[in-house]
Design a protein around this ligand. Structure first.
Ligand code: IDP
Ligand code: MG
Length: 153
């Protein structure tokens, strides 16, 4: 766990269609994380197959790629203390029905195949996903808020 940990968070096509982009971004901002990359992208099936390569072979894989390629997604990198694990807690469980109220999926979603957002599951996959979605690199900047969010900064 590091204060500069980075995670890849993506608002899926259903989150964009349902106008939840602002609400989801606000949750990460308000928690104290720093936005270091952001773009709206309509990804190709080939790109999404790379993103989800670990799930190739699952029965739901073709449907997952079709869903993810059905419209634009918001690709983001958020940085801060324990960003990967805490990002997953903020998202909720894979199945929205098993997600606590207060989590993004628990508040806005019902179905596993329409669960609104993605978050990296480990530091290693975060770095892989950041490289896949942001080959141009991220934006380095100093947040003046940091000493108010983290002690000893
Ligand atoms: P995660 O998004 O919580 O990390 P993963 O197991 O990595 O969950 O699966 C990636 C995505 O694939 C899920 O977010 C969900 O959209 C979809 N998915 C996972 N399991 C199922 C399923 O059983 N049916 C339909 N879609 C699924
Ligand atoms: Mg996953």
């Amino acid at each position: 766990m590091s204060v500069n940990e980075r995670t890849y968070i993506m608002i899926k096509p259903d989150g964009v269609q349902r106008n939840l982009v602002g609400k989801i971004i606000a949750r990460f901002e308000e928690r104290g994380y720093k936005l270091i990359a952001l773009k709206l992208v309509h990804a190709t099936p080939e790109h999404l197959e790379k993103h989800y390569e670990d799930l190739k072979g699952k029965g739901f894989f073709p449907g997952l790629i079709k869903y993810m390629a059905s419209g634009p997604v918001v690709a983001m990198v958020w940085q801060g203390l324990d960003a990967v694990k805490t990002g997953r807690v903020m998202l909720g469980a894979t199945n929205p029905l098993a997600s606590p109220i207060g989590s993004i999926r628990g508040d806005y979603a019902l179905s596993v195949g329409r669960n609104i957002c993605h978050g990296s599951d480990s530091v290693e996959s975060a770095e892989k996903e950041i490289a896949l979605w942001f080959p141009e690199g991220i934006v380095q900047w100093t947040s003046e808020l940091e000493p108010w969010v983290l002690e000893n900064n």
